[in-house]
Design a protein around this ligand. Structure first.
Ligand code: SDX
Length: 395
């Protein structure tokens, strides 16, 4: 029997497929603009804080002073992680990637949450706050453990971003570093239906718990085509080493059809507005450190890539300059994607909460183009021609 294959369009990568309506953010890809709940990312980066932005993204409006103060103190109270979780992390191989530790940490934290199975809105938002508050503690604790140092306890007298740098480096950060870290978290908090947000939403659509949805988001974000690009972009800039090497390096990669990390975007067909802000912070931090080499090399790489690819609507994205910023904040490159994740917990959980308000399990189709009604042969009658021989998968 042969099946009549229906005439359907396969939307590769779900390009231009809309899965829900949202009021959380809007990306104007043609003009390189980004809005969180109607506020431009430029205004939020200039005037807001990560905690205030998280409140805005979750609740849909800017908080009043007393609301923000209560929101922040609640987040602070959720920062601590159980000693057993620290012990668990001490048992993991030191070479583990921090994104894998974050998955383990969030999944383990779920088992301590008394409201894990409570799917009421208030319980779900409290769980989202616990995850948001604990992620930096898990990441910083892992960095200390893998360096055979004791984790640094969270403080309750530093804001979210500054507390992370304190737990990571064991000393309170200066004003500029705190502010730049805070803005970097604002810039990475939310970005519509990107791969990791969609992954979180697919998990949530089955009415699994919000911790599981975040673990799905972390897993998707790890990939080099998504959040993993920032770590690789800095590695590339360091590998190029100087502005003089940029042209030949980029042309060689493009000739081999290799992708340049930190460039291109499914939605932005213009310069990523977040990259503009991070580019300026990268310049400031390099100037402050008295070493412009990384920045000047990055600028030259960008110049060549834009000259070669802007006609294909490929421009700089959020991941190109963020690595230089984090590097000069004293953050090791294999932690960069975990910083992206600790901010994007807001976007992942925000979209999950919004989707749950009109939930429907996400279940697309795949178009079958295989064979049908094949005759089952006893094992000794199954001859395979040499070209059919499969690479034997057993050991
Ligand atoms: C993030 O979705 C989001 O919002 C993500 C994000 C967020 O905040 O959540 O913004 C964060 O993930 C930013 C992107 C980080 N990734 C990278 O920097 C990795 C490099 N970029 C690419 O791999 C790519 O641009 C993607 C994955 C970001 C987008 O891929 P698309 O939209 O599926 O585009 P494509 O793979 O179909 O490429 C179209 C063409 C291809 O050439 P042709 O085969 O048509 O000749 O553009 C080329 C690609 O080869 N191309 C690149 C390129 N990106 C696309 N060529 C060289 N270098 C690149 N970076």
């Amino acid at each position: 029997m042969t099946i009549s294959v229906p005439q359907v369009e396969i939307k590769k990568g779900l390009d231009e497929v809309y899965v829900k309506k949202t009021r959380i953010s809007w990306i104007d890809g043609q003009n390189g603009k980004l809005y969180y709940r109607g506020y431009s990312i430029e205004d939020l980066a200039k005037h807001s804080t990560f905690e205030e932005t998280a409140f805005l993204l979750w609740y849909g409006r800017l908080p009043k002073r007393d609301e923000l103060s209560k929101f922040k103190s609640t987040l602070v109270s959720f920062r601590w992680i159980p000693d057993e979780l620290v012990d668990l992390m001490k048992r993991v191989p030191r070479k583990a990637h921090p994104m894998d530790i974050l998955k383990i940490g969030i999944a383990a934290a779920a088992t301590y949450d008394p409201e894990l199975e409570d799917m009421s809105s208030i319980a779900n938002i409290r769980k989202a706050m616990r995850i948001l508050a604990k992620a930096p503690t898990i990441i910083a604790a892992w960095h200390r453990i893998r360096n055979n140092q004791d984790p640094v306890e969270p403080t309750n007298d530093l804001d979210h971003a500054a507390n992370f740098l304190y737990m990571l480096n064991g000393e309170k950060p200066d004003e500029l570093s705190s502010r730049i870290m805070d803005v970097a978290l604002i810039l990475h908090a939310e970005h519509g239906m990107n791969a990791s947000t969609f992954a979180a939403m697919v998990t949530a659509s089955t009415l699994s718990d919000i911790y599981s949805a975040v673990v799905s988001g972390i897993s998707a974000l790890k990939g080099p085509l998504h959040g993993g690009a920032n770590e690789r972009a800095l590695r590339m800039i360091m590998e190029v080493g100087s502005p003089e090497n940029a042209e030949s390096y980029v042309l060689r990669k493009l000739a081999k059809k290799e992708r340049i990390m930190g460039f291109g975007h499914r939605v932005y067909k213009a310069y990523d507005p977040r990259a503009k802000i991070l580019k300026e912070y990268a310049r400031m931090l390099c100037e402050k450190k008295g070493d412009m080499r990384l920045y000047e090399t990055a600028i030259k790489i960008e110049e060549v890539v834009l000259r070669e690819l802007s006609r294909k609507r490929i421009f700089t994205n959020v991941d190109f300059f963020s690595g230089i910023v984090y590097h000069h904040l004293g953050i090791p490159s294999d932690l960069f994607t975990t910083i992206f994740a600790m901010a994007r917990i807001v976007g992942w959980t925000g979209h999950v909460l919004e989707y749950w308000s009109e939930n429907r399990i996400i279940r697309p189709r795949a178009l079958y183009v295989g064979e049908l009604d094949k005759k089952y042969l006893p094992i000794d009658e199954r001859c395979t021609s040499p070209e059919e021989r499969l690479e034997f998968i057993g050991k």
